[in-house]
Design a protein around this ligand. Structure first.
Ligand code: CMP
Length: 150
């Protein structure tokens, strides 16, 4: 089982929390819970109403929307943050591609952390921007455009 000190070290290495001093991350560490997912397990399903996000400690997950694979996410990445940010249903389905170990964080403490530490907002913007860039680059239309331009 992961200790609080190990959780703090892990959180410090995550983009979302990197700007927050380690001393303040102890509070975050204490409200997270380690959760294991077996390969093939669905962590979250598109359309579900949800109140948790996961920080990936180890392993890989696949993000799909219908038949389309949107992304593969791994160690030190966050998944499930969108439903917490806009209170809308899950935007995609996330499944464990390997055995996956995560830290689970619930909506209330997440909102508390965001109001205590506005730096998190910058981290979230960075994560969402990177995902938008990647998914824009991967749309079939973009691939088609690239192959016909020039
Ligand atoms: P949420 O909408 O709560 O549930 C599904 C999650 O999949 C979503 O939060 C993000 O964490 C993740 N996700 C959705 N779309 C993408 C994408 N294009 N790239 C990476 N991750 C995504």
């Amino acid at each position: 089982m992961i200790t609080t000190a190990e959780k703090v070290l892990f959180l410090k290495g995550i983009e979302l929390f990197s700007a927050i001093p380690s001393a303040d991350l102890v509070g975050v560490a204490l409200v997270t819970e380690e959760v294991e997912h077996r390969a093939g397990e669905v962590l979250m399903r598109e359309g579900e109403i949800a109140n948790t996000l996961y920080l990936i400690l180890e392993g890989t997950v696949i993000v799909t929307k219908g038949e389309r694979v949107l992304a593969e996410l791994g160690e030190r990445e966050v998944v499930g943050e969108m439903a917490l940010l806009d209170a809308a249903p899950r935007s995609a389905t996330v499944s464990a591609a390997t055995d996956v170990s995560t830290l689970e964080l619930h909506r209330d403490p997440f909102e508390q952390i965001m109001s205590d530490r506005p730096e998190i907002g910058r981290g979230i913007i960075k994560v969402l921007t990177q995902r938008l860039r990647t998914s824009s680059a991967l749309t079939p239309e973009a691939v088609e455009r690239r192959s016909t331009v020039g």
